[in-house]
Ligand binder design. Structure first.
Ligand code: ZN
Length: 390
């Protein structure tokens, strides 16, 4: 067997064993794979690269149309099933978009373009039992030239019957040193790379977005500014909640133009979707609509997560913890100057986490009230005072 690793697969960082395995599998692929590993370990990137290698006429050159489309999960021969709510549903019939029956219905159809067909299931552990049964039927009698790629961070929650039909490929977590080194290699200054990696909790893709994007660390700036306002007592706390709410609205408004830019290459001269891309475009639009609906909550969650790391650092330092474990490395002096007690830091952290949990509950219709309560609590704790330096 030719053991040369296709360029597209070689570009997946830090997962030599998994990529060697996938490279070896491109010539005579099995009909189903299960890629496992925690968020941020690169399994989705690995799936895209493997898909590109399977669809590219040159076995994964990394630069042709097929490779580029596969890397963006936009190749017409690539169907992607992804949970849109808590679970992946079985669906009414094969016309019920983004359900197990929808995917299964397409497994036996001819691919839109010549070549293989790939059926991808993201977060396969979220398949409802009935949905897993539908998938199992196609896995048991796999259509020719069709390859299933299942991804999961919790493979033990996938029914054994489905798991046993797949070859498993493990993507172990990447170390912080590796993630920082990767970003530094891409031209990001080390301080910023390390900060982004810690704020992203070891998720390389998220760390890259935080570090590269001008506004990537903006969540943290906004929320620390708000915390500074809250130090001026109850009126400051209400103003802080107000400022967060308008920053969230701005974030939501900014998302609108992103979709247009992404869809543009898939439209014909008249601005209509190219036939082969209909399914792909529909999925992108759905994902976009979902994201816009959740935009404000997403903004709050990212911001409060950043605020939580700030208070976590404060209690860590107050308790005499290892300075090496600080997340907000660039705020170390500020944190030290503010003289936190470990108890206050921990209480502030608990308030932030409670607010995050309340905001994550979508039945809770008034995010503004949750923010006001949080900043009032921080204000009376005197916690917000400490976030105010410079
Ligand atoms: Zn190619």
């Amino acid at each position: 067997m030719n053991q040369a690793v296709p360029p597209i697969i070689a570009s997946v960082p830090g997962q030599d064993q998994a990529t060697l395995f996938l490279a070896g599998a491109t010539e005579r692929p099995h009909h189903a794979y299960l890629l496992t590993g925690p968020e941020g370990s690169g399994k989705r990137l690995g799936m895209r690269a493997f898909a590109a290698a399977l669809l590219c006429a040159d076995g994964g050159c990394g630069s042709c149309r097929s490779c580029r489309l596969a890397l963006g999960e936009r190749h017409p021969n690539m169907l992607v099933l992804e949970p849109t709510g808590p679970d992946i549903l079985v669906g009414r019939d094969s016309s019920d978009f983004n359900t197990a029956r929808w995917l299964a219905g397409r497994a036996h159809l001819t691919a839109p373009e010549p070549g293989r067909k790939l059926m991808v299931v993201i977060q396969a552990d979220r398949l409802r039992i009935e949905a897993a049964d539908v998938l199992l039927k196609v896995l048991e009698e796999p259509p020719p030239d069709t390859i299933f790629l299942l991804l999961s961070a919790r493979p033990d929650e996938i029914p054994d019957t489905v798991r046993s039909r797949c070859q498993a490929v493990a993507f172990p977590p990447l170390t912080e040193e590796f993630a920082v080194g990767t970003l530094v290699g891409e031209g990001i200054p080390e301080d910023r790379a390390r900060l982004a990696c810690r704020l992203a909790g070891g998720n390389l893709g998220r760390a890259r977005r935080l570090a590269r994007d001008e506004g990537g660390l903006g969540f943290r700036d906004h929320v620390l500014d708000a915390a500074r306002r809250a130090q001026d007592g109850p009126a400051g706390a209400l103003a802080a909640a107000e400022a967060m709410a308008s920053a969230a609205k701005e974030f939501k408004a900014g998302l609108g133009s992103e979709l247009e830019a992404e869809l543009e290459p898939m439209l014909d001269e008249r601005g209509k979707p190219d036939e082969a891309f209909r399914g792909v475009i529909r999925r992108m639009q759905d994902a976009h609509d979902r994201r816009v609906r959740r935009a404000e909550r997403e903004f709050y969650d990212w911001s409060l997560l950043a605020l939580a790391t700030f208070f976590r650092d404060a209690s860590l330092l107050a308790a005499g913890g290892d300075e090496e474990l600080v997340i907000n490395l660039d705020l170390r002096e500020e944190l030290a100057r503010q003289g936190w007690s470990a108890g206050d830091g921990a209480r502030a952290l608990a308030h932030v986490e409670e607010a995050r949990a309340d905001l994550a509950d979508e039945t809770n219709l008034n995010p503004r009230l949750i923010l006001e309560r949080l900043f009032l609590r921080l204000s009376s704790l005197g916690a917000a005072r400490t976030a105010s330096v410079q």
